[in-house]
Design a protein around this ligand. Structure first.
Ligand SMILES: [Fe+2]
Ligand SMILES: [Fe+2]
Length: 410
């Protein structure tokens, strides 16, 4: 190693994106070229970097304490990079179950940005929306999820071919899954374009595709279509019980509208939440829309107006004080409380920062961890999309690490 021999090496946006009790996910926009050594205490990880984006998962950390990450690049000739972070303190009791959520897949989308001007060049055979979803499903399964809940905006336009992408992706992942629709799934598809696809399915589609086709007759999928491997009920609200938790799935969409509703599903959700409370079980509610903080939308897209949201969260907290609500729709990461209920918004796998969420159920609590989709091609794309809205998207969408990764205790 010669001092200064790697003077062209760069290090941009070295980011401790996710923390758990014993693991952390580190990503970077540009690192190297060269070999980088990541050290946390006595443990080290060596990574060959090409000067582009990348990610590293570190494991075996001590829970509930502050750690220092030190990164050295061979021959860089500059002081090592240092970052500090704290691992989470697990809630009491044994771990009972792991599941994951993804939302805002927008399958079929090829562009991003307010004016849809950002696109991959050259155009790849498969758009980033499909690649990011496939990779998110692979990663969340490797992380240990035994179930995935998909929280809406599965398709970009509700078109048949986009549902076909979805059916193929979830079939390939071999994970049990549950879905709730988003506003993009509950509007008229482009029937001219989808008619040929529907005909092709009828001739060539696999069983899931065929089942979907029969079920929806080509119209946008609704929660009551019961796209579920766990239980089918003819209702915009369903639930499933996993060890230590009841998951309630709620269709918050209004046909053809960006705006959502919580009034229409409040009683059904709260009845199920109260039954869980009677058995001493916490409840996790998954919907597409978030509670708006102000009566007038001050950012895009609009969610559920605050009075409706107030009624919903007050009733949910009354029904079951151990309640958690998570939304998608905004493509950003946030955590806040409404009437004593912890609420999160989790971003999309396909635009900055490009994420999915994992949940670990403990006897005495629940952990949320939001992770970036970590292949270099998706990191390169999602990093590029941070430049949307004159770069504001890069500041707006990630949220803080504490908003993404945390434990709640029941
Ligand atoms: Fe979306
Ligand atoms: Fe949405």
């Amino acid at each position: 190693m010669t001092h200064g021999a790697n003077a062209s090496a760069v290090a941009t946006k070295l980011w401790i994106f996710a923390v758990e009790d014993q693991r952390a996910q580190i990503t970077w926009r540009r690192l190297g070229p060269g070999r980088a050594r990541f050290s946390i205490g006595p443990a080290t990880w060596e990574v060959t970097c090409n000067g582009g984006p990348g990610a590293l998962e570190v494991d075996g950390l001590e829970p509930g304490r502050r750690h220092e990450l030190v990164v050295e690049i061979d021959g860089w000739g500059r002081p090592p990079l240092r970052r500090w972070f704290r691992t989470l303190d697990p809630p009491p009791g044994p771990e009972l179950f792991r599941f994951a959520t993804i939302s805002d897949l927008h399958l079929g989308a090829t562009r991003f940005g307010y004016f849809h001007t950002m696109r991959e060049r050259p155009e790849p055979p498969e758009p980033h929306s499909i690649r990011a979803t496939r990779q998110a499903l692979t990663e969340l399964r490797a992380w240990g999820a035994e179930l995935v809940v998909i929280k809406g905006d599965i398709t970009n336009d509700g078109r048949a071919e986009e549902w076909e992408f979805f059916a193929n992706l979830v079939a390939a992942s071999q994970l049990p899954y549950e879905v709730v629709p988003g506003n993009h799934d509950n509007r008229s598809p482009d029937r001219t374009r989808s008619a040929a696809q529907r005909l092709r399915w009828a001739l060539t589609g696999g069983p899931i595709v065929q089942w979907l086709t029969d079920r929806t007759e080509g119209r946008p999928l609704r929660a009551q279509d019961g796209l579920s491997l766990v239980g089918i009920e003819p209702s915009p609200v369903r639930h499933l019980d996993i060890p230590g938790l009841r998951i309630v799935l709620a269709d918050t969409t209004r046909e053809g509208r960006h705006l959502g509703t919580l009034d229409s599903i409040r009683d059904e959700v709260c009845t199920r939440a109260a039954k869980a409370a009677g058995a001493g079980t916490p409840v996790f509610v998954a919907g597409h829309h978030y509670p708006m903080p102000l009566p007038i939308p001050h950012f895009w897209p609009p969610g559920v107006p605050p009075r409706q949201a107030q009624r919903f969260f007050a009733a949910l907290h009354d029904a079951n004080p151990a309640a958690f609500y998570t939304a998608g729709h905004t493509h950003r990461n946030r955590r806040y409380e409404r009437c004593g209920v912890v609420v999160t918004e989790v971003g999309s796998p396909k635009d900055y920062p490009g994420v999915w969420a994992g949940y670990v159920v403990y006897e005495g609590g629940l952990r949320q961890v939001v992770r970036r989709v970590a292949t270099t091609d998706i990191l390169a794309w999602t990093d590029y999309t941070r430049l949307a809205a004159l770069g504001a998207w890069g500041l707006w969408s990630p949220g803080t690490r504490q908003q993404r990764c945390f434990d709640v205790r029941w």
